[in-house]
Design a protein around this ligand. Structure first.
Ligand SMILES: Nc1ncnc2c1ncn2[C@@H]1O[C@H](COP(=O)(O)OP(=O)(O)OP(=O)(O)O)[C@@H](O)[C@H]1O
Ligand SMILES: [Mg+2]
Length: 311
């Protein structure tokens, strides 16, 4: 027995015909961890979530949730799921969907009602609880699905892109709730495309590409391990051609971003000095200048591109 482990995955694989959608992945998520699962479209994120939540059966390998075999009734009882596709009944009210879900989990009616009220209040849905789900906006539907995933008070929560396509307020409500659940010790497995979201929320992230895990670490460590991605963003009062900037000592690459240039360099400190020299000797004024460390997105792009080159 290992009480520190919430999700254990070993050699998990899934084929769709000839396609190896998930390719022998192994990882462990600790109890109470907020774990991010990132990857480009088609990387195998949803397929992994589906195997871990018992929606599809793995072809090889094994997985367990709190020591229970993934997909077993026991595992399902301790798990809440926000799937990629909305799973609420459109012709029922939000409240009835919630109570139906509670019934499926065998939650006593009085407990279900109490939790339902508090969850709907927290997600700003309470005033619309008796409206049919088909009259809900996308953001409301997604918040309802989160309530449905939580009505059984699960120890482990799986979310497949819960904030995708939502406005800032809805996304924030969901993120705040995830943080408060995590603070209460719940384990959260979060699939997302949103690098900022992963960076803000996750203790660790795995990056999956073409069915393989290419990196797994704390977001900060992944960022720092991305070498050669330091950059300086600069704008001048006059047009400067990218070719000219590329010739400044220390510049590895130049990218135009609107009215600014992003100059990639191994040594941002020295580059700032070179830029100052260049602009004063060419009668230019620097309007803005920022030193940027690699973002999680940079790390993501570097890791997933590397994988493509090797493919
Ligand atoms: N039911 C299915 N039948 C056949 N192929 C499938 C099926 N589901 C997924 N795939 C394929 O498996 C691969 C992984 O898909 P998956 O949905 O897991 O990716 P994802 O990382 O969730 O992508 P997205 O970011 O677009 O949601 C893709 O190539 C996809 O086309
Ligand atoms: Mg998906």
């Amino acid at each position: 027995m290992n009480n520190d482990v919430a999700i254990q995955v070993a050699n998990l694989s899934k084929y769709y015909g000839q396609l190896l959608a998930v390719d022998h992945i192994s990882f462990t998520v600790g109890r109470g961890e907020l774990f991010g699962f990132l990857g480009p479209n088609g990387a195998g994120k949803t397929t992994t979530v589906r195997m871990l939540t018992g929606v599809v059966i793995a072809d090889e390998g094994s997985a367990s949730i709190l020591e229970y075999k993934a997909g077993s009734l026991k595992a399902k009882q301790v798990t809440g799921v926000v799937p990629e596709m909305a799973n609420a009944y459109a012709d029922l009210s939000g409240w009835d969907n919630l109570m139906l879900m509670a019934e499926l989990y065998g939650i006593p009616a009085s407990v279900a009602r109490e939790r339902g009220i508090s969850l709907m209040q927290e997600m700003g849905l309470y005033p619309r609880k008796h409206s049919l789900v088909k009259t809900y906006s996308k953001g409301m539907k997604q918040r309802l699905i989160l309530c449905m995933a939580l009505v059984s008070d699960p120890e482990v929560l799986f979310l497949d892109e819960p904030t995708s396509g939502l406005d800032v307020q809805s996304a924030r409500l969901i993120k705040d709730l995830l943080q408060s659940l995590n603070a209460k010790g719940k384990t959260i497995f979060l699939t997302t495309h949103d690098m900022d979201e992963a960076n803000q929320l996750c203790d660790r992230v795995a990056i999956i590409d073409k069915g393989n895990i290419v990196a797994i670490d704390a977001p900060e460590k992944l960022r720092m391990a991305t070498s050669g991605m330091h950059s300086v963003e600069v704008s001048f009062d006059n047009m400067v051609s990218p070719e000219v900037l590329a010739n400044i000592p220390g510049v590895n690459a130049v990218k135009k971003l609107g009215d600014k240039y992003r100059l990639y360099t191994a040594n941002p400190g020295e580059l700032v000095v070179s830029l100052a020299n260049y602009s004063s000797s060419h009668g230019l004024k620097v309007i803005s200048l920022n030193i940027l460390v690699p973002s999680l997105e940079d790390a993501f792009v570097a890791l997933t591109e590397k994988e493509t080159e090797h493919a």
